[in-house]
Design a protein around this ligand. Sequence first.
Ligand code: SAM
Length: 342
Amino acid sequence: MITVLRINHRPYRDKRITTHVALTARALGADAIVVDTEDGELKDAVNSVTHNFGGGFSIETGKNPIKFLKSFSGIKVHLTMYGIPVDECVQEIREKSLNRDVVVVVGASKVPFEFYEQSDYNVSISSQPISEVSALAIFLDRYFQGSELSREFGGRMRVVPTARGKMVKIIPDERECLNILHRAGADERIISHCEAVEALAVKMAELAHADLDLVRAGALLHDIGRTRTNGIEHALQGAKILTEVGNIDERVILIVERHTGAGIPADEAEKLGLGLKDFIPVTLEEKIVAHADNLYSGTTRTPLAEVVGRYRKKGLEKAAERILNLHRELSAICGVDIDSIL
Ligand code: SAM
C-alpha cells in the first residue's frame, strides 16, 4: 500500500494544487493520501472523483504529519530536490517494499528538517526545483515502471479513448436509471418489477463479490424494452433503447440483452425471430441479473422449482435445464442456495 503524505497544505492557497497531488496519487497507483490540514472541500472533491471513476483511493485530512511519519512502520520516502537521484534508489525502494507499505512525503512550502531526518530515503527528481505534482508523478511512474498507466479502476464512468473528441461511458446510478426508465415511458408495473429484481440481484452480487454498480444498473434497466413489447424480443429492444441513449456502458447493455431466462443460444434465437445471435449471459453480472429476474414474476418471488416447472409445462425443456444449471452455478459462487436469499 502506498500513502502520500501532503504537508503544509494551506487551504486558502493550495486547494487546487493539493487536489492535483491527490488526483495524481490516485491515478498513478497510490492507495491513499493524508493531508496535514483539515479541509472538507478537498475531501469532497477527491471522494467525488473516486466515486465516479472508481478505485479504492481514500483521503484523510487534519492529521499531524510528523506524528504520522514517526509512527509509520513501512518505508518512508521524502521527495525533495536536495535528495539522492531517483534512479539511484528506486529499485532498492521497490525491492524493500515488496512486503511493506510505503509513505511518500511531498511538501508545499519550506519543509522542516525533521522530515528529512525521519525519512529512510530523501529522493530527488532532478536537482532542479519542480512542482510536487510532477515530482510525485515521476516517482510513482519510476516505482511502478509504467505499469500503473494500464491499471483498471472499474469506476462507473469510463473514458473511451478517442483520437479526437470526448467520449465517456457511464454505469448509471439509481437516480439516473429511474430517469432513463421514465423517459422511455416505463410504467409503475415495470419499475416495481425492476426494483424487486434489483434488490435480489444486489444481494447475490454482494455474496459473489460482483461489480455492484453494474448489477444495480443492469437489474434496474433489464426490462426497459417492455416499454415497446412484452414479447421475447423485449431484451433486444431494451438493448436498442439503451444504445440510443448514447453514453451507457456496453456492459450494462449486454446485461439487458442477455437477461432472458438463462440466456438463449443462437440456434434457438434464430427460430424465435431474434436473428442468428447468441444471447447467453457470459459475465458474472449478466448471470446474476438474468437469474434474479427468473426468480420474480412482477414483484412476487418464485422458488426455483416453480419457475422450472412452468418452463417444462410449456415444453421448454432446454430452457428449464439452463435455468437449473445457472441456479446451481450461482449458488456455488454465492456459497448459499439462491432460493434461501430473501
Ligand atoms: N522550497 C521548498 C523546500 O525547500 O522544501 C520546496 C517547495 S516545492 C514547491 C514543493 C514540493 O515539491 C517539495 O516539498 C518537494 O516535495 C517537491 N519537489 C520540488 N522539486 C523537487 C525535485 N526536484 N525533486 C523532488 N521533489 C521536488
